[in-house]
Design a protein around this ligand. Structure first.
Ligand SMILES: [Zn+2]
Length: 370
């Protein structure tokens, strides 16, 4: 397949917009996957979506020898709302760059890994069973797919995740754990002019809590907290009865995750007449570079060397992925095996067309070696 053919085929995937909240688009992507493998020695299982989210597709192929499988995982949802490609981020090629919503995170990786999976299934060159799971909801923390991801992980000898490559093709062998919390505050409303002293401002209380939470950031320990969504109040002249905000928390170890969960859930109201209700917790456990992950990485380095690539990994990254779930179960997991490029979650998102062929060859080699 030429670079141009690959770019054209991937462009079809990118042009079909599939934000997590748009199950019709996500299901359209699942249809494209099923269409790709029609007529090949690959079994397709479709798992119906729930809670307003899209379906999952599971592919099975390879050697049926009773050994644990090698599993590939890709999400087909993106963060970009429908309409992004018609105005802010048109699907287009500029030199080696293919631009479009979700091309880098992670339709490019999902597409090239599927081509590799097809190559191996067609050639009959797998050493064990192979599975490929396509999920609809990674960008919101995988609420409906986590169970399936963990079940497949438990039955696999290794998990390969096709999130984007980093910094010139580096793969990912460790990720921070991610926590999400919602804080809701309720005070007492009052006219801000005539009855100011009677009011108990939920926003004022939120301000205290936000500063306390942000102060939990400890860069030396790899702990960060940030409040990035906030709301409250009804009018400029009313002491606000309600306020809310969300907290994002990142940690490097399971123990720190438990500690931060306890600290955030245990916050007490500064003003005793304002009630505070905190929900949430750690969503993705940390993915640490265990000895088994390091060993799998060395295997991948060997495969890469065979196709002329000097494969490197990057230091623990702050972004979570579905690889966190399988790695936390002790299943050797490699991530960042997707396409190279930049601009994930932005309107400058692009993938490097020249990275498709080598990354596809790397995935094929991994599927034949592990
Ligand atoms: Zn992603």
């Amino acid at each position: 397949m030429t670079h141009a053919d690959a770019a054209a085929a991937l462009s079809v995937w990118v042009a079909l917009e599939s934000p997590t909240s748009h199950p019709a688009g996500v299901n359209g992507m699942m249809d494209l996957v099923a269409k790709e493998v029609a007529g090949l020695p690959i079994a397709v299982e479709r798992i119906a979506g729930r809670d307003g989210l899209g379906d999952m597709v599971m592919l099975r192929a390879g050697l049926d020898n009773g050994q644990p499988a090698v599993a590939v995982m890709s999400h087909l949802d993106t963060v970009h709302p429908v309409g992004t490609s018609s105005k802010d981020l048109p699907v287009r090629i500029e030199g080696d760059r293919l631009y479009g919503p979700g091309v880098y995170d992670m339709k490019g990786g999902a597409w090239l890994a599927l081509q590799a999976f097809k190559d191996v299934a067609r050639a009959g060159s797998a050493k064990r069973p192979m599975m490929f799971l396509f999920t609809p909801d990674e960008e919101i923390g995988s609420p409906t797919s986590r169970g399936v991801i963990e079940e497949i992980g438990r039955g696999s000898t290794a998990v390969l995740v096709t999130e984007p490559a980093r910094q010139g093709g580096r793969i990912v062998t460790a990720r921070k754990g991610v926590g999400r919390f919602e804080v809701r505050l309720e005070g007492r409303p009052a006219h801000s002019g005539s009855r100011h002293a009677d009011g108990r401002s939920a926003i004022r209380e939120a301000a205290h809590q936000i500063l306390a939470i942000e102060a939990m950031t400890d860069y030396a320990r790899g702990i960060t907290t940030s409040v990035a969504l906030i709301g409250g109040g009804t009018a400029a002249n009313v002491i606000p009865q309600h306020a809310w905000f969300s907290v994002d928390c990142r940690v490097t170890t399971l123990a720190d995750g438990a500690m931060m969960e306890q600290r955030i859930l245990g916050l007490k109201a500064h003003d005793p007449e304002v009630t505070i209700r905190i929900t949430g917790g750690m969503n993705r456990p940390p993915y640490e570079k265990s000895a088994a992950v390091a060993e799998l990485f060395e295997t991948a380095r060997g495969v890469a060397a065979g196709i002329g690539l000097d494969l490197q990994d990057c230091p623990m990254t702050g972004g979570g992925s579905d690889g966190n779930f399988t790695a936390a179960l002790g299943v050797p997991t490699l991530d960042g095996l997707g396409i190279d490029g930049d601009g994930a979650h932005t309107l400058q998102e692009y993938a490097l067309i020249s990275s498709i062929a080598p990354r596809r060859a790397l995935m094929k080699g991994l599927l034949e070696t592990i």
